[in-house]
Ligand binder design. Structure first.
Ligand code: NDP
Ligand code: X2W
Length: 345
């Protein structure tokens, strides 16, 4: 099968390319973008643009939706926010398979998208046709997959069993999430500048982070009592890895045993979600993998449960989950092409 990537030169695009290049069902990866729209219109090649991609002499072709549909079975968008909302309409109209790593089709209401993303939304009729797909909870989807955000993935996987089984007070959810700088993409910003990021911890997006609405929307599908969450994000002085520390008050009668049963039942058949027995996870055990490792600790004194959920933001948080969703869409075993053993770097 031949597939297309738009946005291969970004951080998630390069990880996605590496995964697809090692995927046994993929014959060829065709690349599209805007890198050859320079002054002289020269075609650029992947091995010129991404250091380390030795021998990957693949041209970046000018984006052309008709050509992409003719030459490929599916297209992945690993583009910045605000790009697929402008470029993906033809694929939706043609019901052509798309896996979108960006947030452009995660929300269903254009006004809500514009409120949280501060960019023009895709048309409402196109938003309605996309399926928000948390890959570890496989479901019937349309051909347009909106891959969840990285913070949303770790948070939802940490909350799902408790929210689905109605074990926590829905008004008491507090999420303190932290990510390495690769989560911000390759463009330099003031907070990701080395001097600001190194030897430092910086909170950002307090109560305004764009993942809040997608998290709440998914939680409400599981349990309509959830109205809101308290959510904060912190930049960690490291490249890769994301930890969501989640706290909630439990409902009367809930114990550590009941909590563990809910987690173990939910993830019994989820090959990438590991529920730890009596431990909390470190980032290093998931970096380089498509896994989400989860630790659950109940404090009977405060009647509070703490869940620690860790992922590699570029893998499970972006490219790895995109491949897992691609596997679901094409009825390929979800484990194919995805690493489960850590890099330990
Ligand atoms: N980084 C992460 O941990 C995660 C990222 N995501 C999402 O995935 C997407 C990609 O993120 P990330 O890899 O970090 O981003 P980067 O900023 O590192 O890369 C963005 C990519 O998009 C391309 N691009 C930008 N504008 C256009 C355009 N108009 N037409 C074609 N290509 C374009 C860039 O091309 P060029 O190099 O030519 O500028 C680049 O290849 C984003 O939407 C992000 O929010 C989701 C989850 C986690
Ligand atoms: C560290 C950092 O800046 N992380 C990004 C999240 C990356 C992500 O998941 O992005 P999308 O929702 O845009 O796809 C952020 O907080 O905006």
């Amino acid at each position: 099968m031949d597939v297309a990537i738009v946005g291969v030169t970004g951080y998630s695009g390069t990880v996605l390319y590496t995964l697809l290049a090692n995927h046994p069902e993929i014959d060829q990866i065709n690349l599209y973008g805007h890198v050859n729209e320079g002054e002289d219109g020269t075609v650029r090649y992947l091995d010129e643009l991404v250091p380390g991609f030795h021998g990957q002499h693949v041209p970046i072709q000018k984006f052309d939706s008709a050509q992409i549909m003719m030459d490929n079975a599916a297209v992945f968008f690993a583009t910045s926010a605000g790009v697929s909302s402008q470029l993906a309409g033809d694929f939706i109209d043609a019901d052509f398979p798309v896996i979108d790593l960006s947030g452009d089709y995660r929300l269903t209401d254009p006004a809500e998208y514009e409120k949280w993303y501060h960019k023009p939304s895709a048309p409402a009729e196109h938003l309605q046709k996309a399926s928000y797909s948390l890959a570890d909870f496989p479901q019937e989807t349309s051909n347009y997959i909106a891959n969840p955000g990285c913070y949303a993935t770790a948070t939802l996987l940490g909350l799902a069993p408790m929210v689905q089984a109605d074990l926590i007070d829905p008004d008491s959810i507090v999420v303190d999430a932290k990510s390495g700088t690769s989560g911000a993409g390759k463009k330099l910003t003031e907070i990701t500048h080395f001097t600001e990021a190194s030897d430092n911890l910086q909170l950002y997006g307090i109560n305004t982070h764009k993942h809040i609405p997608e998290i709440v929307a998914q939680l409400q599908k599981w349990n309509d009592e959830v109205q809101a969450i308290q959510f904060s994000t912190t930049l960690l002085p490291l490249t890769t890895g994301l930890m969501a520390s989640i706290y909630a008050k439990v409902k009367p009668g809930v114990t550590q045993t009941k909590l563990m049963k809910a987690f173990n039942d939910d993830y019994a058949d989820a090959p990438f979600v590991n529920v730890l027995d009596g431990q909390t996870p470190d980032l290093k055990e998931v970096v380089g993998t498509n896994n989400c490792d989860i630790g659950v600790v109940f404090n009977p004194v405060t009647q509070t449960v703490m869940v620690i959920s860790v992922i590699d933001n570029l893998m499970k948080g972006a490219a790895g989950q995109a491949v897992q969703n691609f596997n679901h869409l094409f009825n390929i075993d979800e484990k194919v092409g995805l690493p489960t053993l850590p890099a330990f770097v």
